[in-house]
Design a protein around this ligand. Structure first.
Ligand code: ATP
Ligand code: ATP
Ligand code: MG
Ligand code: MG
Ligand code: MG
Ligand code: MG
Length: 278
């Protein structure tokens, strides 16, 4: 590499490596999607095409970045989890975030015409912001995932009731908002059921639970996985053999990436897929 008098500027770059041995979550979110949804006539409260497009882009991101363990998406956002041992880009935050954001955006645009064949994209084009956050424990990571899924539930119950009041109840937005002010979940369920005969439980799983994207290995039967090994805290870390690492990598690359709409708050999802957090 040639030296030049200009090269000193490189020293202005600040290191941004993320804390080692922590779970890294990169969350991206559509920029100005309230407006974007209006422009392309997204159905309210939930446009299935738009959600499936998000899921298709997320699958593509996971296929291109095998270091991602699991993804969770709702509305115009997606969270991607890197395993705590991940060393991609030396864990540099800006590299991880920008790669995910641009890969996701590229596929969102690429797949657009599949999901919206009748409405071609025109500027301003969709874009996403992103951030990376480190979670030191599995519990913190699980709480993060639970936080997003609870948010999905709260928003979806609100939006479903809000749009029922408008579409089925003939209210305008201001009246609907006023009707829902100060209501609890039980009140919204009751409004949906008694006024409109809508049982919230029968709403689509994708809207109620969001979308979980992960590599599909063999499921572990409940109750058979609890063979925890006593670990000597002061022992040298167990080194996986090179072939084992290679085999793991191959298995990961080959595994089918699936999108499902499951409860990720309860233990069952994680208990049956111990490879996600191990
Ligand atoms: P920001 O740039 O700050 O993120 P935003 O307008 O994108 O602003 P969000 O809080 O991210 O605000 O909200 C996302 C918006 O996109 C909401 O208004 C939501 O209704 C809309 N939206 C996203 N996905 C869908 C969908 N599948 N169907 C209908 N509306 C959607
Ligand atoms: P990394 O992911 O680390 O950036 P890279 O392969 O992209 O890896 P760069 O240092 O960014 O490595 O180099 C860019 C590469 O793309 C070079 O090999 C360069 O020759 C090639 N390249 C980029 N633009 C052009 C172009 N317009 N014509 C020919 N080659 C190009
Ligand atoms: Mg935002
Ligand atoms: Mg947004
Ligand atoms: Mg959002
Ligand atoms: Mg390059």
């Amino acid at each position: 590499m040639a030296n030049s008098k200009f090269e000193y500027v490189k020293q202005f770059e600040q290191p941004d490596n993320l804390l080692p041995n922590t779970w890294v979550v990169v969350r991206i979110d559509g920029r100005g999607f309230t407006k974007f949804a209006n422009k392309y006539g997204f159905e309210k409260p939930n446009d299935k095409r738009a959600l499936e497009l998000m899921n298709a882009a997320a699958r593509a991101v996971m296929a291109e970045l095998p270091d991602i363990t699991i993804g969770y998406g709702v509305s115009d956002e997606y969270s991607f989890v890197f395993h705590k041992t991940c060393s991609l880009f030396e864990r540099r935050s800006s590299k991880l975030v920008s790669t995910i954001v641009s890969t996701f955006t590229a596929y969102y645009v690429h797949f657009w015409s599949t999901y919206f064949p009748e409405t071609p994209l025109s500027p301003p084009l969709p874009s996403f912001d992103g951030r990376a956050v480190c979670y030191p424990t599995v519990q913190n990571l699980r709480d993060y995932m639970s936080w997003r899924q609870v948010d999905c539930h709260i928003n979806n119950l609100y939006n479903t009731t809000f749009w029922a009041l408008i579409h089925l109840g003939g209210m305008d937005a201001t009246e609907a908002e006023k009707t829902l002010k100060g209501t609890y979940a039980a009140d919204k369920n009751e409004i949906l059921f008694s006024r409109f005969g809508v049982n919230y439980n029968n709403e689509p799983e994708m809207c109620k639970k969001g979308s979980v994207v992960f590599r599909d290995y063999e499921l572990v039967e409940p109750g058979t996985h609890n063979t925890t090994i006593e670990v000597d805290t002061f022992a040298e870390p167990v080194q996986q053999s090179k072939t084992q690492v290679e085999n793991d990598k191959k298995r990961r690359a080959k595994a089918r990436i699936v999108v499902e709409h499951l409860d990720i708050i309860k233990d069952e999802f994680w208990d049956r897929r111990p490879w996600l957090l191990s």
